[in-house]
Design a protein around this ligand. Structure first.
Ligand code: ADE
Length: 230
């Protein structure tokens, strides 16, 4: 899987991904990253990439030319046919596990990170295929959302997670939140591990875990619980 990121802050993308699990996946070639600086493609002699909004109002808008030329460079260099271009924006569809799963099946994904008040609408009309938000709050730019998407997609790619980091049983599988986990010691600060987990009876353990998943989903996410019951 190749991740291409159009950004004014490529160092932020590189630093965020060259650590921990995604860092290992990059090193082992399960994922590839190219973070490209939009500013390198501006034809403005002062290297400007933004301008005042037509119609007035606060803030600056990212101009279309440098973004379009960065995009062209990426698709031509990597010969990407039918590119999926994700623009990170609070106006987008809210990210979730099923979106991550769909993206994890692609060969290439291009992320476009905005700044200031946003980007010229014509870029969205011309090249963007997906607008995605990471939640109902506003950030200073699209870099952190892009990192979140790339992390959530990468860990679903076969080989990225180690044997002990399985995603087979985790939150959002079948719209249920995950059951609680315990490890050694059996007792900590007078709190005991639930006895069923020490029983060795896997049928009972599975039943307990399923019931705990149901309980926590019902309590914390009635919206998900409704979907789980369908
Ligand atoms: N850019 C700024 N805020 C954002 C958000 N919540 N999601 C995605 N991109 C953003």
């Amino acid at each position: 899987m190749n991740f291409h990121v159009l950004t004014l802050f490529p160092d932020m993308i590189e630093a965020g991904l060259h650590t921990s699990v995604t860092g290992r996946a990059l090193k082992n070639g399960y994922i590839h990253l190219s973070a490209v600086n939009i500013r390198d493609y501006t034809i403005n002699k002062h290297k400007k990439v933004d301008d005042y909004p037509f119609g007035g109002g606060a803030g600056m808008v990212m101009t279309p030319q440098p973004i379009y030329d960065t995009y062209k460079h990426i698709i031509e260099k990597h010969d990407i046919k039918n590119p999926r271009v994700v623009y990170l924006t609070p106006k987008g569809k809210v990210h979730n596990q099923s979106i991550a799963q769909d993206f994890s099946k692609l060969d290439d994904v291009i992320f476009l990170c905005g700044h200031y008040e946003g980007i010229d609408q014509r870029i969205i009309d011309l090249i963007v295929t997906d607008e995605i938000s990471i939640g109902d709050y506003v950030l200073t730019g699209g870099e952190l959302p892009a990192l979140i998407l790339i992390d959530s997609i990468s860990r679903l790619i076969p080989g990225v997670l180690g044997q002990n980091e399985s995603f087979e049983e985790e939150s959002f599988k079948d719209n249920l939140l995950e059951y609680p986990h315990y490890t050694r010691p059996r007792e900590f600060m007078n709190l005991e591990v639930p006895s069923v987990l020490l029983s060795g009876n896997h049928k009972n353990i599975d039943k307990w875990r399923y019931e705990e998943s149901i309980k926590i989903t019902k309590e914390r996410r009635p919206d998900l619980y409704k979907k789980a019951c369908k």
